[in-house]
Structure formats: structure tokens, C-alpha cells
Design a protein around this ligand. Structure first.
Ligand SMILES: O=C(O)CCC(=O)C(=O)O
Ligand SMILES: [Fe+2]
Length: 441
């Protein structure tokens, strides 16, 4: 028996790999920029850093785990923060696309006034409230996004995931269909300009803060990337505001202009210049806030007696992973009736994330998914020239895809009985008649 060379043994490798010898350790293990974002005593009107840890709060506060009076904490925005921003021309809800562009560029966010008509808003709000209540009653509610109070097990922040399965109006939001969102065409134009036309929908969720929730630590939604470009964001958020929002009910905390500051920090390096304070978003129900991936933001504290519902749709570059694996999550009925635009945005037609090589960018992955639902999708495994005829000729799922069916009759060496068997194979789903999206053929 031959012995393994010593250089390949775990002990030898561990001994030869102290941190200082490891490649890129400073960069990969820096924890930046969050480490310095959450550092105490650095940032303006945020003496505890831009994060809230209820276990660190003094014990005798009127609200357990959080001091709602100290104006030097980042989530209390009516004192020092308000004074800081009082003369700035921050975004306010408008419909003028020129102003919206300017706000996105200067401040990292913009507010589209009346993006939902009163009817659309009422319908959307009712749907979200019903779904949220039902998920609570059914034991399906998801509580995440902030810390629980010290005396409670779960955060007071309810998420409703995968909205596209939960109402037609949510599909209309993804398509920016004016029938569901009257401001849809403006949203789509701004997404095309900031992201490029080939963006994907990463997730679409409702976030409902309850009275007395804890604030989120501020973050960039493209913070999963270890680098940022000054030129443009990699992700965009479209936030549908379903109730009048202000500091009172925990309007989203935002550091205006932070997209530029964050993009200027070299990857892996700490923030050395104090950041400006956060504001609470203020806007009437029906407004859509668009904000980009480099902007620092997070859920605010709901000090009212009502729920604060918003919807957040996240768009990403086609080379990024989507938060939701839509091809697994989307209900069959939604997939079967989907337009080419919806399918594209769900990630069913990219050059990534395909099934058994069907990721060439021309094949929707719906056939595969529907066959998997039916339990009929057979994967190709280990084969050899001597494999039994049943194995070589099996009804592999691959055969039903576009690429396989297109190539089948040109295959140079298919055994005649197999060729005959699969000639004219009918897939269980046909691509939509409408043109492919967004490349248009
Ligand atoms: O709830 C909010 O206002 C913002 C939520 C958010 O930023 C997030 O969950 O990533
Ligand atoms: Fe976020």
C-alpha cells in the first residue's frame, strides 16, 4: 500500500498555514465594513454604532432592551439627526422622473408619489393584512430581521415570503404591470437604467413591523458582495409603502447619500470618516421608495399602536444568486400561466442556475420543474457503453428539454431503437408565445 505524501496530510497543512501565511486573509476575514459601521463612538449621532443589541441596553429602561430617549442612538432620529439634515434637500414623493433620477443619484433613494392608485393600494393592503393574519393563525408566520426583546422569544417583525404565490397583484408588481401598479412603467425605466435590462427578481416579501419592535442594524442590501463599485449599484430595492410612514411607526431608517460613502471605502478596509446620522423615511401610503444596494438602511422602531406594512422587491444582476430559489418555490399554477417576462425575472432563463446543463440561456427551466413536481424527472447517472438498454434508453428528464429535443435528430450515434422511441417527443409545457425577455427574440 502506498503512503500519502506528508505534504498532503491535515496536520502538515495546518502547521504550514498560520493566518499570516494564508492568501487574502486580511481581506476575507476583515468583517468590514460592518465591523466599523457597528463600532461605538465613531459616527455622528450614533454613539453606539449603527446596530442595536438589546442585551447591551441598561436594565431599568421603561421599554425593555431599548432606550427610546437617547438622541445619540442611531434609531432615535428626532434630535441630533434632525438638526444635522434640516437644511438638506432630501427626496420627497414626486412623479417627475427627472427629479427621481436626480434623487437616486444624489441620495441613493427616491420616492415615487402615487405609484399605487387608491384602489390598488386598498386591494394590496387588504391582501397583505389577510395573508399576514392567516399565516399567524396557521402557525406559518416568519419572524426575523431584528433582535427579539430580552423578555420575548421572537422579534416583532413579521415577514411574508414569496409573495408571487400569494396574489395576482404581486405578480403584476414583478411585471410592473400598470393594472396592478400604476407607476410600474416609471419603476421599470429606473430599474433598467440602474441595473441594466437583464436584472432578475431576487425576492419579493412583505415586512410588517409590530408596535415595540427592535430596529435593524443598518446594512447595504448588496452587502453580501465583498466589493462595491463607485459607478453603479449591483442591486435595487423597490419598496411599496402600504401605510402612511414616519418616525412614529418606524419608517425605514436611511442614511441619505451613504451609497457614495460606502462605495468609496476600499474592499476590506475600515470606515475612517464618521458617517452622517440616519433619518426615518416619511411618505404617504401608496408611495414607492426605490433605493439602491449601496445605501445604508434598516427597519425603524414602531412607536405607534398599529402595524407598519411594506413590500420589498429586490432586483439583482443575473450573475448573482437570488435570495429565493424561485424555480423551487413558485406554485405550479403561477409558473404555468407565467409570461416570458415573469419567467425571465424569476431566473428561469439565465445562463446560470439551470438543471443538468440546461443553463445555456435559451431554455426555460419550467419543463424540468413541472416534471420534478410530477416525480417523473429522471436524472442521468453513471453510464457506460455496456449499460443495459433500459439504462441507455431510459426516459431521462433531459430528453424533454428544448436543447435535447432540438439536438435529437442531429445526434450522430443514437441507437436506432432509442431514436425511434423519442422522435417527436412532446414536452409537458410549451414556452409562452410572447417574445423572450429581455433579449427579445
Ligand atoms: O423594514 C424595513 O423598513 C426595511 C427592511 C430591510 O431593509 C431588510 O429586511 O433588508
Ligand atoms: Fe435591507
Amino acid at each position: 500500500m502506498s503512503t500519502v505524501p506528508v505534504e498532503f496530510t491535515p496536520d502538515f497543512i495546518a502547521a504550514a498555514s498560520p493566518r499570516e501565511a494564508q492568501l487574502y486573509a486580511d481581506f476575507l476575514q476583515s468583517g468590514e465594513p460592518y465591523r466599523s459601521l457597528y463600532r461605538t463612538g465613531v459616527h455622528t449621532a450614533a454613539k453606539g454604532g449603527f446596530n442595536h443589541d438589546p442585551s447591551q441596553a441598561p436594565a431599568d429602561l421603561p421599554t425593555p432592551g431599548i432606550d427610546l430617549e437617547d438622541e445619540d442612538l442611531y434609531f432615535n432620529t428626532s434630535g441630533a439627526a434632525q438638526a444635522y439634515w434640516k437644511d438638506a434637500e432630501l427626496p420627497r414623493p414626486v412623479r417627475d422622473i427627472a427629479r427621481l433620477r436626480q434623487d437616486l443619484k444624489t441620495w441613493g433613494y427616491c420616492l415615487i408619489a402615487d405609484a399605487l392608485s387608491p384602489d390598488q393600494l386598498a386591494r394590496m393592503r387588504r391582501r397583505v393584512e389577510d395573508q399576514a393574519e392567516a399565516e399567524r393563525l396557521a402557525g406559518l408566520a416568519v419572524w426575523q430581521g431584528s433582535a427579539p426583546r430580552p423578555d420575548e422569544a421572537l422579534p416583532r417583525l413579521q415577514f411574508i415570503h414569496c409573495l408571487i404565490n400569494k396574489g395576482e397583484q404581486f405578480v403584476q408588481c414583478v411585471e410592473h404591470d400598470p393594472a396592478g401598479v400604476q407607476g410600474g412603467p416609471v419603476i421599470e425605466q429606473l430599474l433598467n437604467e440602474t441595473m441594466g435590462r437583464d436584472f432578475l427578481m431576487s425576492s419579493f416579501i412583505a415586512i410588517i413591523s409590530q408596535p415595540g419592535n427592535n430596529p435593524q442594524g443598518l446594512h447595504m442590501d448588496q452587502g453580501t458582495a465583498p466589493f462595491h463599485l463607485a459607478e453603479a449599484p449591483f442591486t435595487m430595492n423597490t419598496m411599496f409603502i402600504l401605510a402612511d410612514t414616519s418616525a412614529k411607526n418606524g419608517g425605514t431608517l436611511v442614511v441619505p447619500g451613504s451609497h457614495r460613502l460606502m462605495a468609496d471605502i476600499p474592499p476590506g478596509q475600515p470606515i475612517t470618516t464618521p458617517l452622517p446620522p440616519a433619518i426615518n423615511l416619511e411618505a404617504p401610503a401608496g408611495t414607492v421608495m426605490m433605493f439602491e444596494g449601496r445605501l445604508l438602511h434598516g427597519t425603524g422602531v414602531n412607536r405607534s399602536n398599529d402595524l407598519r406594512p411594506i413590500l420589498v422587491m429586490n432586483s439583482v444582476k443575473p450573475w448573482m444568486r437570488q435570495q429565493e430559489v424561485h424555480l423551487m418555490s413558485t406554485r405550479r399554477e403561477v409558473l404555468e400561466s407565467a409570461s416570458s417576462k415573469l419567467l425571465y425575472r424569476l431566473g428561469a432563463l439565465t445562463g446560470y442556475g439551470g438543471v443538468e446543463g440546461a443553463w445555456n440561456g435559451s431554455e426555460y427551466q419550467v419543463v424540468q420543474r413541472l416534471m420534478m413536481d410530477a416525480g417523473t424527472y429522471l436524472r442521468i447517472g453513471e453510464l457506460g457503453p455496456d449499460s443495459p438498454p433500459e439504462a441507455l434508453g431510459a426516459e431521462y428528464g433531459w430528453r424533454f428539454g428544448d436543447t435535447a429535443r432540438r439536438q435529437a435528430r442531429h445526434q450522430p450515434a443514437t441507437r436506432p431503437e432509442i431514436r425511434t422511441r423519442y422522435e417527436g417527443l412532446e414536452p409537458p409545457w410549451r414556452r409562452p408565445e410572447k417574445p423572450r425577455f429581455p433579449r427579445g427574440s
